[in-house]
Design a protein around this ligand. Structure first.
Ligand code: F6P
Length: 553
C-alpha cells in the first residue's frame, strides 16, 4: 500500500461513475428491469446466511464494473488487510482499529500480534472472564449483598456503551429465557434511571457501568445516582456486590469503588461504536448467555472472513458501501432510511446512526485537506410497518428522496409466523412500490374502474401517481438469531470502513463531539448562577435567565 493512498475522487473510476451518472439519473427502475428482466439473478448475492438483493438499486453493468475498478484503484484489499492486522489507521488518535480481533475464532492463524502484544491471548482471557461472570450472574452464583440472585441488570452507559448492547438485547429477546431483565440508562436527564429504579428490588439489582473513558458526564451522573440509591437502600457496604464496570480507566473504577472481580477491561484500539464485541457486551452476554454470545461473535467473524476474501462483485460490505456512495454522491440522495421488518430490530436504526454518522460524519481527508464531495448521508429509520403509517408518504410522493435498506427475516421473532408472513408481504409490497411506483396510465385505469366522472378522474390523477424509482437494498435472512445479528452488524461496520476509504476520511475518530462536551462543562455552573454568564452571547444569557426564572417558580 502506498504511503498516501488515493481517495475515491482521485481515481479514474470515480470519473467513470461521474460520466455514467446523468444517464442513470434519467433512467427508471422500470426501464432497467425492461432491459434486464432477470435482474434479481444478476444483482443479488447470497453469503454468510444473508441474501443481499440490490436488484432495485439504480445501477447497470457499467456502474458495477466501475465499482470494481474503484475498489482496486483504492487499493482496498491492502487497506482492509491494514485494518485487520492492527496498523495504526486511526491516524488522528494514533491507534490501531481492532474490533475485528474481538471476534476472531480461538486458534485462528496466524496469531494476531501487534506491537509485540499477543492480542488473541488478551482478548481471549478477558472474554472468558466476561462470559464466566455473565453465566454466574444468570445462574445466581453471583448474587447481591443479601444473597439473592439478580433479577435486574442495569447497563449505565451512553453512545457505543449503550446503543450496541441495548439494540442487541432487544433484538435477541427470544434467546434470553431465564435471564435477569436487562435495562439501559443512558440519558443525563435521569428519566430512564428513575423509571428503572421505580420497580427495582435493590437486593436483586446489578448495575454495570460501561464507559470506555469513565469520564463521560451522562454515565458518571447516572452511576453516582444509582450508587446513592443503592447506598440509601442497602448501605455503603453493599456497593461492591452490586456494581460491575467496563472501562480502560482502572483508576476511575478504583475511585468509584468497583470490586476488582467485577471489572472488565477494554482497550484503546476498540472504538466505542465498535465495542459491542468487547467487555461492553457484558449485559448482552448476561441476557443471552455465553453460548449465544459466542455464536454472535462467530457470525461476525464469518462476515469478517467474507469481507477479506470475497471478490468485489460478491462482497457484501463492499457492495453495500459502493451502492451507498453511488446513491449519495452520484444520484444525490442525501439520506438512507433503515427499515427492519422485525420489531426486535427497532433499535437498529439508532445503533446505525452512531456507527455510520459518528464514523463518517467528517469533512476533512486523512491528509488534512477538505473533502470535495459529500460524505456520510443522514441515517434514519424505524421498523418498516410502523414507518409505513408515518413517514412512508414522504418517501413515496414527497420531494425529499432517500435510499432505503430493508431488513427482512423469513421466520418470525415473535413466535407467530402468521404475523411475520404479513410483515413479509408488507415489506415486499413496499419494495416493489418504491421501485416501480404507479404511473398516470395505471392510476387512470384504476380510477376509471371506479366509474368516477371524467372531471373527478382528471382532478385525482396527479395526486395518485407514484413515481417510484426509489432505490432499495433488501437484506433477507432465515431468522434473527445471535449469529445473524453478528453478521448484520459486521456487514454495516465494514461498509462504513469502505466508505471512509472512498471518501478518504478517518472513520475512527470523533472530534466533532468534543466541542459541545467542553462547552457544557463551562455552562454547568451558569445554569445555577446565570449572573456568572457576563460576556456570554445574548442568546445564552437570555436562555439561562429564562430557565433560572422557571426553575425558581
Ligand atoms: O459521543 C462520543 C463518545 O465518545 C462515543 O464515541 C462513545 O461511544 C460515547 O461517547 C461514550 O463514551 P464512553 O464509553 O467513554 O463513556
Amino acid at each position: 500500500m502506498s504511503a498516501n493512498p488515493p481517495a475515491g475522487a482521485d481515481c479514474t473510476a470515480w470519473q467513470q461513475l461521474q460520466a455514467a451518472a446523468p444517464a442513470l439519473r434519467a433512467r427508471s427502475l422500470r426501464e432497467l428491469f425492461a432491459v434486464e428482466a432477470e435482474r434479481f439473478a444478476h444483482c443479488s448475492v447470497s453469503a454468510c446466511g444473508l441474501l443481499f438483493d440490490y436488484s432495485r438499486q439504480r445501477v447497470d453493468a457499467g456502474v458495477l464494473d466501475s465499482f470494481k475498478v474503484l475498489a482496486d484503484q483504492l487499493q482496498l484489499r491492502e487497506r482492509i488487510a491494514a485494518q485487520f492486522c492492527g496498523e495504526r489507521i486511526n491516524i488522528t488518535e494514533d491507534r490501531s482499529v481492532l474490533h475485528t480481533a474481538l471476534r476472531r475464532a480461538d486458534g485462528a492463524t496466524p496469531p494476531l500480534v501487534v506491537g509485540g502484544q499477543d492480542i488473541d491471548g488478551l482478548v481471549r482471557s478477558e472474554r472468558e472472564r466476561v462470559l464466566d461472570f455473565a453465566e454466574r450472574v444468570r445462574s445466581g452464583a453471583i448474587s447481591g449483598s443479601q444473597g439473592a440472585a439478580f433479577n435486574l441488570v442495569v447497563n449505565i452507559g451512553i453512545g457505543g456503551s449503550d446503543l450496541g448492547p441495548a439494540m442487541a438485547v432487544e433484538a435477541l429477546r427470544e434467546f434470553s429465557a431465564g435471564a435477569p431483565r436487562v435495562a439501559f440508562a443512558s440519558n443525563v436527564d435521569g428519566c430512564q434511571l428513575v423509571d428503572i429504579l421505580a420497580g427495582a428490588d435493590p437486593g436483586r439489582t446489578l448495575f454495570i457501568i460501561c464507559s470506555k473513558t469513565f469520564t463521560t458526564q451522562e454515565t458518571r451522573s447516572n452511576a453516582l445516582a444509582a450508587r446513592e440509591w443503592l447506598r440509601g437502600k442497602l448501605g455503603a457496604a453493599a456497593v461492591p456486590r452490586h456494581f460491575a464496570a467496563v472501562s480502560v480507566n482502572a483508576a476511575a473504577m478504583d475511585e468509584f469503588g468497583v470490586n476488582a472481580d467485577y471489572r472488565f477491561a477494554m482497550w484503546d484500539w476498540v472504538g466505542g461504536r465498535y465495542s459491542i464485541w468487547s467487555s461492553i457486551g457484558v449485559s448482552l452476554a448476561i441476557a443471552i448467555g455465553a453460548q449465544n454470545f459466542r455464536a454472535f461473535l462467530a457470525g461476525a467473524a464469518e462476515l469478517d472472513q467474507h469481507f477479506q476474501e470475497a471478490p468485489w462483485r460478491a462482497n457484501l460490505p463492499v457492495l453495500s458501501a459502493l451502492l451507498g456512495i453511488w446513491n449519495s454522491n452520484f444520484l444525490e440522495l442525501p439520506t438512507l432510511a433503515v427499515l427492519p421488518y422485525d420489531q426486535r430490530l427497532a433499535r437498529l436504526p439508532a445503533y446505525l446512526q452512531q456507527l455510520e454518522m459518528e464514523s463518517n460524519g467528517k469533512s476533512v481527508r486523512l491528509d488534512g485537506q477538505p473533502v470535495t464531495q459529500s460524505t456520510c448521508p443522514v441515517i434514519w429509520g424505524e421498523p418498516g410497518n410502523n414507518a409505513q403509517h408515518s413517514f412512508f408518504q414522504l418517501l413515496h410522493q414527497g420531494s425529499a428522496r432517500a435510499a432505503l435498506d430493508f431488513l427482512l427475516p423469513a421466520r418470525s421473532s415473535s413466535g407467530s409466523q402468521a404475523h411475520q408472513d404479513l410483515a413479509i408481504a408488507n415489506c415486499l409490497a413496499q419494495a416493489e412500490a418504491f421501485a416501480f411506483g404507479q404511473d398516470a396510465t395505471q392510476v387512470e385505469a384504476d380510477l376509471r374502474r371506479q366509474d368516477l366522472p371524467p372531471a373527478r378522474v382528471a382532478a385525482l390523477l396527479p395526486h395518485k401517481v407514484h413515481q417510484g424509482n426509489r432505490p432499495a437494498t433488501l437484506i433477507m435472512f432465515p431468522r434473527l438469531d445471535p449469529a445473524t445479528l453478528g453478521r448484520l452488524i459486521a456487514l454495516y461496520e465494514h461498509k462504513v470502513f469502505v466508505q471512509s476509504v472512498v471518501w478518504g476520511i478517518n472513520a475512527f475518530d470523533q472530534w466533532g463531539v468534543e466541542l459541545g462536551k467542553k462547552m457544557c462543562e463551562s455552562i454547568v455552573p451558569l445554569v445555577r448562577e446565570p449572573v456568572l454568564a457576563q460576556g456570554a452571547s445574548s442568546s445564552l444569557r437570555g436562555a439561562l435567565q429564562y430557565l433560572a426564572r422557571e426553575r425558581a417558580s
